[in-house]
Every structure is written in structure tokens, then in C-alpha cells.
Design a protein around this ligand. Structure first.
Ligand code: TRP
Length: 471
């Protein structure tokens, strides 16, 4: 009797304590969280590292001034990239909500349209990004199962657009949907923790191998010979700033959304630094692979023809000519690209899905299937029309992302109540003064640079849309 009473009392006590702690942690419902700090960092690096690193960075570095451009790029990462990333983290972790809900909480009703712009941007970018990821998949499979084709120019012409492109695009979307359905910890975090270290190892291994090629010296020279005269033009400045922006997945709420699942204990500036450094490392190493490979076989002519030429024509062409070793190495190259593209695609879909969860209380699986299917459907358009792909790319990257970043800088820099409170958590005394510098960079430097980017990119966006309508 006595024992019964006692145990009954103990159970009640535990139940009360339990209800209490649940209540304290989650007033409405338990929000998903990253299991580990490393999981968050790798997922964010996964979002950042993608086609922008392994194809666009090497290409524009070679075009705009080599090592001098690399220095400018690092400056832009510090002056625009990290500050805007911290602004997104401030709102994301500060409100613990995804973009639309977070902006309403942080800035009021007037900021809700920006949240919708973020969701729309995720929707549009993913629709064509997964088409390109589909090409990458196609090459990776070619490497594994049959070897790279002889005539990569003709091959690329066949697979880039139409039914084959649609099929691989749908495959990439299916993989992306499946991972996002798994949730923050069991889907996104788990996938990133496995895939991102593999990507790093592959890219590092490839760079070491490429240094042994006979063309490596000429390749490095093409990539990195500093041309300081290029640096002073507004165009170069804008190219560096917008590349840093695109590469770090900024301006559309991806970093905001990921940080909303992060524990209050982590230091946001430290995470931003680690993510930016990792992103830069992969981009820089990719150039150390791409150019020696192309120059080893004297295929530099193909690089100049088009920006797509380097990645999808010259490189597989070079791997084909190298025979057996080329097939092995080339397959790894495209597997690394595939990892980069899939982990970026995940974060793009997550922006849309998490907004549907937070705004409309939709279950995750349902949101992932609905959003993913609609994006897959829209993607059939860029998969069948390369001008549509170009126009979607130009409008989102040249207009939506810089506008999104500019708006974030203004919100966090000038309007948000106390941004320094969120950003200074777990930052040691010594570094606190730097945070004031961050705030002023966000207030003044970032808006100026993003306006320059917008101004210089507007023409390209207009051209791409004109090309779509046959103008
Ligand atoms: N950062 C990605 C890359 O370098 C591309 C990208 C741009 C992106 N904006 C994004 C990815 C937003 C996810 C979310 O390829």
C-alpha cells in the first residue's frame, strides 16, 4: 500500500516535471533542431558549396584577373558575404522561424512580402538548378558505366535540353524531396554529414593529382597570373561581390532558415567564418583541378566559347582523352559536383518547405512533396528551353538575390531592435568590439556594394529575358 502510494506519487511528479520542461522548451510545438553543431556547419557548407564553386569561380577568376581577383574576392567575402550571412543568422536564430514568419516577427507585417520573395526565389532557382544537376548526374553515370563520350560537344548538345534533360531533372528532384522529407536532423543533417566530407576529400585528392599533370604549370598560370589592371573596374568589383553572394547562398533566406534550427549556445560569427572559409577553399581548389586538366590536353580553346563550355564540354573531353585514369578521376570529379549540387538543392527546397510548415502548419512530408512536385513541374520548362534556363538564372541571381540581401542589410542594420544581442552570444570579450564594425559594415558598406552589383547586373538580366523572347 505504502509502496503503491509512493510509486504513484513519483509517477505524478515525473509527469508534472515532464510537462513543465516541454512547456518551457516549446510553447507551441517542438521545433526541429540540428543534432550537433557540426551538422549545422556541414549543412550550411553544403548549401554554399555547389556549381558556383566548382565551375563559376574558376572561370570568372581566370577571366577577371587571376590571383588579383582572388584577393578581391576574399575582400568581398569579408565586406559583403559574412556580414549578410550574419544578418540572416540574426533573424533566423533570433526568431527561430523560417523566412516568412521570421520576417513578420522581426520587422512587422510590411516585411512579409520579402519572405514571399525568398520563397519564390528558392522555387525559381531550384527549378533550373536541378536541371544542371541533372546534367552532372548524367556525366557521373556516364563515367561509371561507359566512360566519357568522344565528342563531348555533340553529346552535351544531345543531353542539355529536351526529354533526357527532363528525366534527369526529375530524378534530382526526387532525391532532393526524399532527403527533405526526412527532416532537419534525419534528412538534411545526416545527408550533409556523410556527403560534405567526401566532397572535400575528393576535391583535395583531385587537386593533388592535377598538380602532377604536364600541363599543370600552364593551367595555374592561366588561372592565377595576377592582372592588376582588371581590378579597378566597376565590373570586376560587381563580379566579385555577386560571386561571393551567390556562392554563399545569400539573399534568399537559406542561411536564415538553417540558422533557425541552431542552438542559442553557438557563436554565430564563428560559424559564419567557418562556412565562408570552407566555401572559398572548395572554390579555390576546384580551379587547381579544372585548369591543369584542360591545359594538359590543350583544350583551352573550348573554355572561351561559353561559360558552360568549361564544365560540360572541355573537362569531360579532357578526361576522355586521358583514357583509363581519366575515366576514374573524371567520375570522381562529377560525383563531387553531384554532391555539391544535391546539398545546395536540399537547402533551396528547405526554404520553401519550412515556410509552409511554419506559416500553414503543414506536416513536413506533405509540404516537401507538394513544393517539390510543383518545382519539378516548373523545371520542365528550363529543361526543354535553354533560354528559359538562362533567363531564370539571370533574373534570380542578378536581381532577386541582391535585392534580398539589400533588404536584409537594411532590416538588421537599421531597423531590428538589437542585432548585437543575438550576434554577440558566446563571443569572447576580446572580439566584441569587432561586432560594432560588423553592424556598420551592414549599414553602410553592404548597401553601397549591393547597389553597384544591381546596377551593373541589370543589363545582363534584361538581355537574358530578351533572349527568351527571341529579341
Ligand atoms: N551557393 C550555391 C552554389 O554555389 C548556389 C546558390 C545560390 C544557392 N543561392 C542559393 C544554393 C541559395 C542554395 C540556396 O552553387
Amino acid at each position: 500500500m505504502n509502496g503503491d502510494l509512493h510509486s504513484g506519487g513519483a509517477v505524478d511528479h515525473a509527469a508534472v516535471a515532464n510537462a513543465h520542461s516541454e512547456h518551457a522548451d516549446a510553447p507551441e510545438f517542438a521545433r526541429e533542431m540540428w543534432k550537433t553543431r557540426l551538422g549545422f556547419v556541414l549543412a550550411a557548407v553544403g548549401s554554399a558549396v555547389g556549381l558556383g564553386n566548382m565551375w563559376r569561380f574558376p572561370y570568372i577568376t581566370a577571366e577577371y584577373g587571376g590571383a588579383a581577383f582572388v584577393v578581391l574576392y576574399i575582400i568581398m567575402t569579408l565586406a559583403v558575404g559574412i556580414p549578410v550571412m550574419l544578418a540572416e543568422f540574426t533573424i533566423g536564430r533570433g526568431t527561430r522561424k523560417s523566412s516568412i514568419s521570421a520576417l513578420r516577427l522581426a520587422g512587422g507585417k510590411g516585411w512579409v512580402p520579402l519572405g514571399f520573395l525568398f520563397v519564390l526565389t528558392g522555387f525559381l532557382i531550384l527549378s533550373y538548378y536541378s536541371v544542371i544537376a541533372g546534367w552532372v548526374t548524367r556525366y557521373a553515370l556516364a563515367g561509371i558505366f561507359g566512360g566519357f563520350p568522344e565528342d563531348t560537344g555533340a553529346y552535351f548538345g544531345l543531353i542539355a535540353s529536351g526529354v533526357p534533360a527532363m528525366g534527369f531533372h526529375l530524378f534530382v528532384m526526387a532525391v532532393t524531396i526524399a532527403i527533405v522529407m526526412g527532416g532537419v536532423e534525419k534528412g538534411i543533417e545526416r545527408a550533409s554529414v556523410i556527403m560534405i566530407p567526401a566532397l572535400f576529400l575528393i576535391v583535395l585528392g583531385l587537386a593533388i593529382w592535377a598538380s602532377t599533370l604536364s600541363g599543370s604549370g600552364a593551367g595555374y598560370a592561366f588561372y592565377l597570373t595576377p592582372k592588376f589592371s582588371e581590378l579597378l573596374s566597376g565590373e570586376t568589383l560587381a563580379a566579385a561581390a555577386s560571386q561571393a553572394f551567390f556562392s554563399l547562398s545569400l539573399g534568399m533566406g537559406a542561411m536564415l532558415t538553417f540558422s533557425s534550427y541552431l542552438s542559442r549556445e553557438e557563436s554565430l560569427p564563428r560559424e559564419a567564418g567557418v562556412i565562408a572559409f570552407s566555401d572559398f577553399s572548395v572554390a579555390f581548389l576546384a580551379g587547381l583541378v579544372v585548369f591543369p586538366v584542360i591545359f594538359a590536353l590543350g583544350l583551352q580553346g573550348a573554355v572561351g566559347e561559353s561559360t558552360l563550355g568549361a564544365l560540360f564540354i572541355a573537362i569531360p573531353g579532357a578526361f576522355n582523352e586521358m583514357g583509363g585514369i581519366g575515366r576514374v578521376v573524371g567520375t570522381f570529379f562529377f560525383i563531387a559536383l553531384f554532391i555539391g549540387a544535391i546539398t545546395s538543392a536540399i537547402s533551396l527546397l528547405e526554404v520553401v518547405v519550412s515556410a509552409m510548415i511554419d506559416e500553414w502548419n503543414m506536416p513536413r512530408k506533405k509540404a516537401a512533396v507538394i513544393a517539390g512536385s510543383l518545382i519539378a513541374l516548373l523545371g520542365l520548362w528550363p529543361a526543354s528551353n535553354l533560354n528559359a534556363l538562362g533567363a531564370l538564372d539571370a533574373v534570380t541571381n542578378y536581381i532577386f538575390l541582391p535585392v534580398g540581401g539589400l533588404a536584409m542589410a537594411i532590416l538588421v542594420g537599421w531597423l531590428y531592435k538589437n542585432p548585437l544581442e543575438e550576434v554577440s552570444r558566446s563571443v569572447s570579450e576580446r572580439f566584441q568590439p569587432l561586432l560594432k564594425g560588423w553592424l556598420w559594415t551592414l549599414r553602410v558598406v553592404v548597401p553601397i556594394l549591393l547597389v553597384v552589383v544591381l546596377y551593373s547586373a541589370l543589363g545582363e538580366a534584361v538581355d537574358a529575358v530578351k533572349a527568351l523572347f527571341g529579341g
